[in-house]
Design a protein around this ligand. Structure first.
Ligand code: ATP
Ligand code: MG
Ligand code: MG
Length: 315
């Protein structure tokens, strides 16, 4: 079973404005759409789209629970989310304009998780996780959710011997690296925060990370990605597509990659599906949609090149 954990869920409110979105001007709303928010939930949606059984864990607020439940159902997300009383699942406002010049996000910080509910999550994970399972931790931490709590979650996964995949940032990502999880996917900014500045090439620094983390995926938006596994570095160039909204591309990348690993596909297939599905995602208006048919047609358009590795150069 694959369990995704979303500690700080969200409802995405996608607002498309008429014409070009501008400051110091009244921007008229053209369309409004509500969608699933929260990175773990996004990954669950992708897994379900690939027909892979998964259960979304984490928290939701009681105040707008019904609205969230409706979205979860529409997105085929099976869940056992813990309800935090007197709290509202936050809204992430995603602004895009008719000209489709990329998206802008405005996000709430979310609600606090009570001690009792954190304990409930830990017990739930202890009860559910098995060696053959995958645990996916993705997204930001709720306000005042300590790294110690995150460490407890990762510890449960470690104790069970499950495969632990993390799409985290900042200190949380640093902790996941220290704890030697099985998969990380920093984007360009997350990678800059993670790697100590130095003269060594990005390739060598990713290889150094791969010594303790079996799968390192560094995503670079439209520039593609570097995937490092078993001491090999793959430079991946995505297809050229018309970008409408790139928010959520990383989540589709992670979900598609893990879906392939779960189906025992080989590494190159996992890389290929992650690349074409995330490329399909950026052509869509909302943050979760991608089209598997469109993605598969783009398979011949991508480039996956093994880079030369000099073992002596690895720091
Ligand atoms: P998220 O908003 O989900 O957190 P991210 O910032 O973590 O996204 P990115 O690095 O932006 O992730 O994108 C993930 C992957 O999606 C890239 O490695 C690439 O393969 C694909 N991708 C992103 N933008 C484009 C684009 N404009 N064209 C083609 N592929 C893209
Ligand atoms: Mg990005
Ligand atoms: Mg991301």
């Amino acid at each position: 079973m694959i369990y995704t954990v979303t500690l700080n869920p969200a409802i995405d409110r996608l607002i498309q404005t008429s014409g070009l979105l501008m400051k110091k001007k009244t921007n008229r709303v053209k369309t409004v759409e509500y969608d699933l928010g929260g990175k773990g939930l996004h990954v669950s949606h992708v897994l379900s789209k690939f027909g892979i059984e998964n259960i979304a864990l984490g928290f939701i607020g009681s105040e707008n629970q019904q609205q969230m439940e409706k979205i979860l159902q529409a997105k085929q997300v099976t869940h056992q989310l813990i309800v935090e009383k007197n709290a509202s699942t936050r809204e992430c406002i995603v602004l895009i304009d008719e000209e489709s010049q990329g998206s802008t996000m405005v996000t709430d910080s979310g609600f606090q998780i009570s001690r009792a509910n954190h304990k409930k999550l830990i017990s739930q994970l202890q009860r559910l996780l098995r060696k053959e399972d995958m645990l996916v931790l993705a997204g930001s931490l709720p306000p005042n959710y300590s790294l110690e709590r995150l460490k407890e979650i990762i510890d449960v996964g470690k104790m069970a011997g499950s495969f632990i995949a993390c799409d985290l940032s900042g200190d949380a990502l640093r902790l996941a690296v220290e704890m030697q999880v099985d998969f990380i996917k920093p984007n360009q900014f997350e990678l800059e925060e993670l790697l100590t500045p130095g003269i060594d090439s990005i390739k060598n620094r990713l290889l150094a990370l791969n010594k303790s983390i079996p799968y390192v995926a560094a995503s670079m938006g439209k520039e593609g990605s570097y995937i490092v596994h078993a001491g090999e570095v793959y430079r991946v160039v995505p297809p050229k597509v018309k970008e409408v909204n790139d928010t959520g591309a990383g989540d589709v990348f992670v979900g598609s990659f893990l879906a392939q690993l779960a189906q025992k596909a080989n590494l190159e297939t996992a890389i290929a599906y992650a690349t074409v599905c995330s490329a399909s995602k950026v052509t869509k208006r909302n943050c979760t949609d991608f089209d598997l048919n469109q993605a598969e047609q783009m398979l011949p358009m991508i480039e996956i090149k093994k880079m030369e590795v000099n073992p002596d150069a690895i720091s």
